[in-house]
Structures are given as C-alpha cells and as structure tokens.
Design a protein around this ligand. Structure first.
Ligand SMILES: [Zn+2]
Length: 117
C-alpha cells in the first residue's frame, strides 16, 4: 500500500524484532502499514516458537519480491511457500485491501513500482 492515501502514518517496523536480537540499523527496518505491523507482531516465521522447519516470512530487505509474489489484477498471488505464508498472515488479499488497490490505481500508485534489492 502507498502511504499517501492512508489516514494513518506508517510504522517503522523491525524486520527481526528487537526481542529476538534485531537491531535498529537501516538494514533491519521497513516501513509497514499499521495493519501489517499488528499482524506481524514479533514473528519472523510460520512458527512463533521458531521450529527448525518453520517457513520464513518474506524478508523485504533480503528477499526478492518477484521470487515470491505476482499480481493477478488486484490479487496478490504467491509463487512460493514464503509468499503464501506472508499473504495469509498479513491478510494481503483482504477485501479492504483490494478496494485500496483499485483506488490507488486511479492515482497511478498501483501496481507499485518495485525498487531493486
Ligand atoms: Zn501493510
């Protein structure tokens, strides 16, 4: 989502939470909408207890977006287990988000321009 059409200011999110040893270096920070930040909480994988077989969440600072996701109209489609988990956990295809993407398109903000990693 693009912040410019949102009422709430986005949060600076720690990708690896501080309680799990994450730092406040730029390499560990990401801009997140309040909904994503609340859904993520202190998680980094599919398992809150970090079982070895847990699936990692998409890591915006090191993973390549197009390896894990693609657009099908306004729906975000997973291309990997990481993508599936991230879409599910963050509810990235919630009806409200679809409407936001439709509105963003009218302002030239959807689909988003990807910065290269
Ligand atoms: Zn979000």
């Amino acid at each position: 989502m693009h912040q410019s059409l949102q009422g709430a200011t986005f949060h600076i999110e720690h990708v690896i939470p501080r309680v799990r040893g994450g730092t406040s270096e730029l390499s560990n920070l990401a801009l997140a909408c309040p909904s994503c930040n609340l859904h993520k909480a202190d998680r980094v994988t599919s398992d809150p207890d970090h079982a070895p077989a847990a699936i990692a969440l998409f890591q915006p600072r090191t993973d390549v977006w197009s390896d894990h996701f693609e657009w099908d109209d306004y729906q975000l489609v997973a291309k990997s287990d990481v993508g599936r988990l991230t879409i599910q956990l963050f509810r990235l295809n919630h009806e409200r988000r679809i409407k936001i993407r439709q509105a963003e398109q009218m302002f030239g903000l959807f689909p988003p321009q990807l910065s290269s990693n």
